[in-house]
Design a protein around this ligand. Structure first.
Ligand code: GAL
Length: 831
């Protein structure tokens, strides 16, 4: 493939995509029975499960805790391994009787096995992909049916918190004898411009009967305005007992393109009818029309526009919610990322939730969809290598078949830091997996994230992917491009700096890693030996404009991998409990709750244009009077003037007055005191009072930030992320942030007192958090501590006509606070 690229110089990819839904797609998530532990004959229809708990799917049994040193801190210190059973009884409705019925799981973590009425349906070791089983032969038309699911994640099977159980949604797919097959549409274009897009539609029509049948296929394309822009009608033969492929091609005139600013989505509505005109299936496929082009010299182009990837890697947990997928929590995460300036995510290191991909489609975010963190060679004892041989092909094909229609996806990643890099024949595996990607989807390039610089090149893995991703090799971009000018290269993983929100350790700017308080200083300078501050990636990308961009590690903190505490080497097998209670990561510019750390603003200053300025650290330094404190301003303005208690400490010019930042990392040979053009720095002798930054561009004031020395915390300020949420489906969430304020209303940035929440009215309590990586308070506790002045409560809207959720917060010595959030049935829960 690389040779193909050399010849062509550019890899031109035009594509159009879709996520599909059949008319018989029926919610099957309510009221499952759950038991954590081993159950003899748990699949038996006669088993009495009355005493089992009732749970709603998506469900993650491990986030219920406890956090314990007994479990692996690398995986969040939570009990995700072991056995868990789910059962659901159901009877067919009149309209379902006599139909074909499939059960679709969007993801079960992991080693799932499924039965219906005691009949074994199958197993799926990988927890990150969905699957469908046909229930029809075993289903009872009258009386009770029992679905039983066993999940059995092993200890030492993940390098991060994987969650446990049926953590993604479940559906019954009810259909006639002829249907559009599961994941059975693929829409793509060979050439896209704003004038015309040539579009291919591939349909897979599944006929469950033994006889060939004539079907008519009526298709229409509908734009976001609801206008039908194309109609296609034809007849086809659905061959008996098999899947028939039906392909069509047409020109869509003046398509509305899917862009980051206006991610237009079309719907392809496909109706299958029999010869008498009866509707067999009605299938909606959403898609977007866009042109993607990767070049070795000029980077990546979306619809002809050079687009630098300002990307983040994201693990799949949703902080206090664990891994139980929730649409609103997913969208909120992406909203916060967009605010930071993100335009791309890497779903590290596994296939993401449907919700995340749909949100990226709607919000205009590019996606690098990743399959594996291990191939056949072990990283950790019970990792993917144990099933690689048997399952990799179907897992990879399924990922692409499931996801190929999302316009947001631009690359398929076959792996992250896979061990085959060090093996002479490693390239053969890369080639094999890359080939599968091309077979399933010729419209997108494949890639991988390599961390072993010399090995991945020597053993030719880098030669056998279309786009070469390097993890933490910013200092090598120049050399790579000199040696391999034809390669299309990007930073698949960058930075890995660690910090705790609102923590600053003295002596300041010293590069010691651990502290007795189990936190990491917030100056954005600490990280493992392969890591480097964001400044270095910015610099090397500016010096090497042919690089596509970066995916920093990680947009959000996640459960598990509490580097530098507990463990450091990302490859170590075994437990990471040396520094217990540290159990969640420090890598994010945003913490587990979605609260912004200072680093958020460093990225915002580089990735966004709306004027901003941010000051750090806090200004509560009792006992440090007269001592110099490094003060940084992160801004995208031209200049910043700093004032202490009204007195100017001088103006500094961005890019000219460079803030010194300590750096030292693998492959970097420059000075360890790096003068960063991305940070402005003043060393300010401490005196209590007010520190103010005023930002200027073109001589005009464009921004201001004030931080003040605070007195005792007196009140709680509650802010909801939205004032009105949806009661349509019982799934919408409101995220309420509590901040501690002093009597003058100033934010108490070092307050760590108790807070207790209550949720009343037309919603229920969901979870709390404070972003402290060393806290062992479970998210299901309403009582917790502020962490540096902040805490979070999440509430869920009841399904129904709507009403009001009342959320209150109290704490010793603090005035109680109350906030009301409206819920409405006619407000949509996202798209
Ligand atoms: C990378 C690895 C990530 C994470 C990160 C921490 O090498 O791919 O999964 O472990 O290190 O810095």
């Amino acid at each position: 493939m690389k040779y193909y690229l050399i010849n062509l110089l550019v890899l031109l990819v035009c594509s159009i995509t879709a996520f599909g839904q059949s008319k018989g797609h029926t919610d099957f998530n309510k009221d499952w029975k759950f038991y954590k532990g081993e159950v003899k004959d748990g699949q038996s229809p006669t088993l009495d499960d009355n005493k089992w708990r009732t749970v709603q799917i998506p469900h993650d049994w491990a986030i219920e805790g406890p956090f314990s040193v007994e479990y692996n801190a690398r995986c969040g210190g939570l009990p995700f391994h072991g056995e868990g059973w789910y059962r659901k009884s159901f009877t067919l409705t009149n309209t379902q009787k006599g139909k074909n019925i499939g059960i679709e799981f969007e993801g079960v973590m992991k080693n799932s096995e499924v039965w219906i009425n005691g009949h074994y349906l199958g197993k799926r070791p990988f927890g990150y992909l969905g699957f469908e089983y046909d229930l029809t032969p075993y289903i009872k038309q009258e009386g009770e049916n029992i679905v039983a699911v066993k999940a059995k994640p092993e200890d030492l099977s993940s390098r991060w918190y994987p969650g446990a159980g049926i953590y993604r949604k479940v559906w019954l797919n009810v259909h006639e004898d002829i249907r559009i097959a599961h994941w059975g549409t693929f829409v793509k274009a060979n050439d896209v411009s704003s004038k015309v897009a040539n579009i291919d539609i591939k349909l897979e029509i599944q006929n469950y009967t033994e006889t060939d049948k004539v079907v008519s296929i009526a298709q229409s394309i509908i734009n976001e305005e609801g206008e039908t822009v194309k109609v296609l009608n034809q007849k086809a033969i659905a061959e008996g007992s098999t899947i028939s492929i039906n392909e069509q091609s047409f020109n869509l005139i003046r398509p509305q393109l899917w862009t980051l600013e206006n991610p237009h989505l079309y719907q392809l509505v496909t109706e299958l009818k029999d010869v008498d005109g009866n509707i067999l299936d009605h299938y909606i496929t959403k898609f977007g029309v866009r042109d993607i082009k990767f070049t070795p010299n000029d980077g990546f182009f979306l619809n002809g526009k050079r687009t630098e990837m300002k990307g983040v890697c994201l693990h799949h947990d949703l902080g206090p919610l664990g891994t139980a997928v929730n649409k609103r929590a997913t969208v909120r995460q992406l909203e916060i990322m967009k605010e930071m300036g993100v335009n791309a995510i890497r779903t590290s290191h596994n296939p993401p939730s449907r919700e995340q991909l749909e949100a990226c489609d709607v919000m205009g975010i590019l996606v690098l969809d990743e399959a594996f963190d291990e191939w056949g060679i072990q990283k950790i004892e019970n990792g993917y290598h144990t099933v690689y041989e048997e399952w990799h092909e179907s897992d990879l094909r399924d990922m692409i078949r499931r996801d190929r229609n999302h316009p947001s996806i631009i690359m398929w990643s076959i792996g992250n830091e896979i061990r085959e890099q060090k093996v002479k024949d490693g390239w053969k595996v890369a080639q094999h997996l890359g080939q599968i990607c091309h077979e399933e989807d010729p419209s997108r390039p494949n890639t991988a994230g390599f961390n072993q610089y010399e090995n991945s090149i020597k053993n030719k893995l880098a030669h056998h992917v279309d786009i070469v991703g390097f993890n933490y090799k910013a200092a090598k971009y120049k050399e790579i491009k000199e040696n391999y000018p034809e390669w299309i290269v990007y930073g698949s993983e960058t930075e890995s700096i660690t910090s705790s929100r609102g923590v600053y350790h003295a002596p300041f700017l010293e590069k010691y890693e651990k502290n007795t308080d189990h936190q990491v200083t917030g100056y954005d300078i600490i990280g493992p030996i392969w890591s480097y501050p964001p400044d270095m990636e910015f610099k090397f990308l500016e010096e090497n404009p042919s690089i596509l961009g970066e995916f920093m590690w990680t947009g959000f903190d996640y459960l598990g991998e509490p580097t530098p505490y507990g463990g450091r080497d990302n490859s170590t097998n075994g437990y990471w409990n040396d520094d217990w209670p540290n159990k969640s990561s420090f890598f994010g510019p945003v913490d587990l709750c979605g609260f912004k750390k200072d680093r958020f603003y460093l990225y915002q200053s580089q990735w966004t244009n709306a004027p901003m300025v941010h000051l750090l650290p806090h200004w509560n330094w009792k006992g440090f009077e007269g001592q110099e404190i490094p003060v940084f301003a992160y801004t995208n303005a031209e200049e910043v003037e700093l004032f202490l208690n009204g007195k100017s400490l001088g103006k500094k010019v961005k890019g000219v007055d460079k803030g010194i930042v300590p750096v030292k990392f693998m492959y970097y040979e420059g000075p360890t005191d790096f003068p960063s053009p991305y940070r402005l720095r003043w060393d300010v002798p401490y005196e209590k009072g007010e520190l103010k930054a005023v930002a200027y561009s073109n001589g005009q004031v464009v921004g201001e930030e004030i931080i003040k020395t605070t007195s005792k915390a007196k009140t709680i300020e509650l802010t909801a992320d939205r004032k009105v949420i949806s009661s349509e489906d019982g799934e919408d969430l409101v995220f309420v942030t509590a901040r501690a304020l002093d009597a003058e209303g100033n934010f108490c940035a070092t307050f760590n007192g108790q807070i207790q929440f209550s949720v009343n009215g037309d919603g229920t309590f969901e979870a709390t958090g404070n972003g402290d990586p060393s806290s062992l308070v479970l998210p299901n506790s309403k009582k917790l501590k502020f962490f540096n002045g902040m805490a979070l409560v999440i509430a869920r809207a009841n399904q129904g006509d709507g009403g009001t959720i009342t959320i209150s917060a109290s704490g010793k010595g603090l005035k109680k606070a109350v906030i009301a959030v409206e819920t409405k049935a006619d407000v949509k829960n996202f798209n």
